[in-house]
Design a protein around this ligand. Sequence first.
Ligand SMILES: Cc1cc2nc3c(=O)[nH]c(=O)nc-3n(C[C@H](O)[C@H](O)[C@H](O)COP(=O)(O)OP(=O)(O)OC[C@H]3O[C@@H](n4cnc5c(N)ncnc54)[C@H](O)[C@@H]3O)c2cc1C
Length: 482
Amino acid sequence: MVYVGPFETKESCQSWKDEYELPFPVISDEDGAIFKQLSNGWVPYTILVGPDGKVQLWESEFDEAGFAAAVEKLYREPAEAQPEPEPAARLAPQPAGRAGAATIVILGGGAGGLVAAYHLRRRFSGKHRIVLVDRSPDHLFQSSLLWHMVGQRRADQIRRPLSDLTRRGIEFINDEVVEIDLANKLVKTHSEKIDFDYLIVSLGAQLVPETVEGFDEMALNLYDPKGAGMINAALESFSGGRVGVLVTSMPFKCPAAPYEAALLVDSFLRKKGVRNKSEIHVYTPEHQPMPVAGPVMGEAITKVLGKRDIRYHPLFTFEKMQPGTHTIIPSGGEPEKVDLLIAVPPHQAPDVVRSSGLIGASGWIPVDKHTLRTEHEGVYAIGDVNSVRLANGKTLPMAGVFAHYEAKVVAEQIATELQGQRSDAAFSGKGYCWLELGGGKAGFAGGNFYNEPEPSVRLYPPMRFWHWGKVLFEKWWLRHWF
Ligand SMILES: Cc1cc2nc3c(=O)[nH]c(=O)nc-3n(C[C@H](O)[C@H](O)[C@H](O)COP(=O)(O)OP(=O)(O)OC[C@H]3O[C@@H](n4cnc5c(N)ncnc54)[C@H](O)[C@@H]3O)c2cc1C
């Protein structure tokens, strides 16, 4: 095992090695050349090389269970050890279920599940059952949590009842999924057992703030409606001091969100007249904002932060919170004191997915990048819960726009197969996002993430037009599917 210290000197690597009594070499990568070439910009980034010199696994973060399984596999089958298997690109079309009618079960009524259910229902009348299961009674439009955080939306304005889908002929079960039984093609909730012919898993990323000691006492969760409401209350009574926006670990959904949060807080405090008595800091393990979108995007966002006097702390590998002193501490670095801490909690695949046998070494569900099929027949995974490797070794970001387009592709494939034909619907890797800047302005970026060798993402300059585009999209989203 070798640890490479990006942008670290020989001395700092040695002192880190001594402090933690590390039994493996710690190599200095002072100019970040190794880091930039081999990683996707996240810290930590793990690469497992087999005895034949081939890369067996590479992943953002360090998923202990997935990594241990990959190492175990290497010991078990050293000769045949292969990278995490790509699921078969095309499987034989699935015949319709009993009596010619199929049951399609969709797990999760978030961005991906909602779109999949809608498109499937549009493709055929009542013949096939479409069942959507979510433990929440409501669909939440998560992007608007940022506006909720600064008091521009109420919580009830960014939700819609999933039970409204029944009007469209979609069955809705408001219950928690507790087991996915792939062998018997069965999903269990607390109160029901549902057989499926096709399964679409769109359960998103599970937020686990409880894995960070002190989170509850010290941090407000930006990614949760209750947390966003609490941030708004805290900002309303804020009279000056240091605001920290902290990314606790990688990966996290919507790579732009922490930056948007910092910019919106800046606007809020200016309007309130206390910006001159405040500091805003962004702490993140990334080496630049939105590393997957390339250096141009990173530089543009860093520049915007600088112009608004928002201090940026890249490569901040968060280790712990100390509520007593109100500090956040990076591994091997100095504590940072913050008065108001807005945090993105760690993400992981939902527990029920982790225990289902669907998970790959990355800790998420591996899928074919065009068809979104898993290696289990008739089972698809879309949105944040899947893991799609890009040509440059980075991972497709977790974003609603991808969940949306992936859902359409999967719905199209299932519907076509149920008509006894083969579908050539394929997800293209195209996506876009708005970057809300506050003060009624936004930037916009879009492109093809499947472009080779690197995603090609174009950035459009900030203007009011993009902000209104984002507002219109929100309105459209909350009307269109219900
Ligand atoms: C603050 C913020 C801003 C964002 N801004 C943007 C943006 O501008 N653009 C963009 O593209 N993306 C944005 N995103 C990301 C986007 O919201 C997600 O990527 C998207 O919602 C993922 O869709 P999904 O269907 O995979 O999962 P989700 O939408 O998270 O849905 C998962 C669903 O599964 C349900 N569920 C989970 N576990 C269970 C269980 N065991 N049983 C039953 N139900 C369960 C949940 O209740 C949830 O409804 C933002 C996210 C946040 C938090």
